[in-house]
Design a protein around this ligand. Structure first.
Ligand code: ZN
Length: 522
């Protein structure tokens, strides 16, 4: 069946703290939507931001999550799935969509320094940080360059891979959405005149691309009109779009839908926030209600619900909770938009940060030794060609590792390993087999971040309860934060209804292969 759909597009830039800059666009676009022709049931993947198993179990016990209970009772829950690194949304979404870590997909974090352009890339974080990185750049980086330039062309997203087999897919409110179909976004005069964005943006998305006020299908979905609702990048809008696709029988073989709302309250109230799960469950109830019954919903589609990262409680007292990297590195001049010759550039990703040594006269080890003085930092890592180095304030030794060596880990990856393994809390047994503890899939994930970009830089990773700050970063003292390699930030639950097939390993990096298999049966 083919049908032309009139859509209204507008452009939206979301900023972590919930601040939004919006740009509306009004092109009319013809879309040929074919309904599901795959022999398999359509797969609906719902990502719930910051969904964690412990508060989920508590919500279920308190009878506050009927939809999640229903799905678990009719399928299964895998409570411990490993996220990506850094545990920040865009890096995680890239892993989920491409089945690779940051060394391959090349999205290093929410904030990173692009050496060849001598500028900070931010996909939207705190208001002050956005201001310092330039609103125009944040707008272009988050909506356009993230998908069309920064995400490596050497990897394929689920959407792209399905398209090679002529299988259509949809993305609802996902910031990472790259696909094979050109979508034209027309920026209104006011904004293009203000020179914030070009008049027209052509972006590559899946067959159906829905992104808040940027692009919508349900003509009655007015759940994005208010700035306090983040212009459509919210649970209600996602529900409205999915409902529309289901009720109009336009659900493609694969749909990725994001429920972003839980992140903000958990940052504010800490990881124990049950209300955030109640709200996400409410959205799931509405989705299931799009069918004649919940039983019908799980008959008609395969449902996969997954979190993106955990969160760690951050101590109340700002003095102890917040590791101020500008203060620790005050002997150096710090890169700023107004001081692009700064010796050191700092890109804060909450409980993880990249520290770039831009001045060739500054020794990396000198910066490492300065940072090593702070006991709240769990480890400092850097690379020299293929060899990765890790040190910690708690150890006098270092750990070095690189891929393709004699030691095989739980995920069939092999490594050369030397030095103090306690730094990343793993052991090697008599057979040379690597087993991880507090830092799940530590070697591959850290290797990923260390090889995610060019330049001379190091990674700092905070112990649980602590968070990094720089001159302009927003902090979460007394609440929750993520970003680190530690399991508190890295473990998410997975709920599956409609198939007994499982991913090869319980990692978000293994989801793409599994999902494409579920969708096309190959
Ligand atoms: Zn967050």
């Amino acid at each position: 069946m083919k049908r032309n759909v009139l859509i209204v597009l507008s452009l939206i830039i979301v900023v972590g703290a919930g601040v939004v800059l919006t740009v509306s666009m009004s092109p009319t676009k013809e879309l040929n939507v074919t309904i599901n022709e795959s022999p398999n049931k359509p797969v609906i993947l719902i990502v719930i931001d910051s969904l964690m198993n412990e508060p989920l179990q508590k919500a279920i016990l308190d009878n506050k999550a009927p939809a999640l209970s229903f799905l678990i009772n009719n399928g299964y829950i895998e409570p411990q799935v490993i996220s990506s690194y850094p545990t920040m949304s865009v890096t995680i979404d890239s892993t989920l969509l491409t089945g690779t870590y940051a060394n391959e997909h090349k999205i290093p974090g929410l904030i990173w320094f692009k050496e060849d352009e001598n500028r900070m890339i931010s996909y939207g974080s705190g208001l002050s940080e956005m201001w310092h990185n330039g609103i125009k750049n944040v707008a272009l980086d988050s909506v356009f360059r993230l998908n069309n330039e920064h995400l490596s062309k050497d990897v394929q997203t689920i959407h792209e891979q399905l398209a090679t087999r002529n299988i259509q897919s949809a993305s609802i409110n996902g910031l990472l959405y790259r696909g094979n179909v050109k979508h034209s976004l027309h920026v209104p005069k006011l904004i293009s005149t203000a020179n914030l964005l070009p008049k027209e943006i052509i972006t590559n998305g899946p067959t159906l691309l829905s992104l808040g006020a940027l692009a919508q299908y349900n003509p009655h979905n007015d759940r994005h009109k208010f700035i306090w609702k983040r212009m459509g990048v919210n649970n209600d809008f996602t529900v409205g779009e999915l409902e529309y696709l289901i009720q109009h029988k336009k659900l493609p073989p694969f749909t990725l839908a994001y429920l972003p709302d839980a992140d903000a309250p958990i940052h504010k109230n800490g990881p124990g926030d049950i209300k955030a799960i109640e709200d996400a469950d409410q959205s799931l109830q509405e989705m299931l209600n799009s069918y004649s019954s919940w039983e019908e919903a799980i008959q008609q589609a395969t449902w996969i619900i997954v979190g993106d990262s955990g969160q760690s409680t951050v101590k109340d007292d700002k003095e102890t909770a917040l590791i101020d990297l500008t203060e620790l590195l005050h002997h150096y001049s710090i890169w700023e938009r107004e001081n692009t010759d700064g010796q050191i550039a700092i890109a804060i990703n909450e409980r993880m940060a990249y520290v770039y040594v831009n001045d060739k006269n500054v020794e990396l080890t000198e910066v490492v030794n300065t940072l090593k003085q702070d006991e709240r930092i769990h480890f400092i890592a850097w690379k020299d060609n293929e060899t990765n180095y890790v040190v910690s304030p708690k150890s006098n030794q270092s750990l070095t590792f690189s891929p393709n060596g004699p030691h095989v880990d739980e995920y069939n990856q092999s490594w050369f390993i030397n030095g103090d393994k306690t730094i990343l809390d793993f052991t090697i047994n008599n057979q040379g087999f690597v087993q991880y503890n507090n830092y799940p899939d530590a070697l591959a994930r850290l290797h990923g971040a260390l090889h995610s970009q060019e330049g001379s830089f190091l990674i700092v990773d905070a112990k649980p309860s602590f968070e990094f700050i720089g001159e302009h970063s927003h902090d979460h003292a007394g609440g929750g934060a993520h970003g680190s390699l530690h399991k508190v930030d890295s473990i998410v639950p997975l709920i599956v209804v409609g198939t007994d097939e499982k991913p090869t390993f319980n990692r978000l990096a293994d989801m793409k292969k599994w999902i494409t298999r579920l969708v096309d049966g190959s």
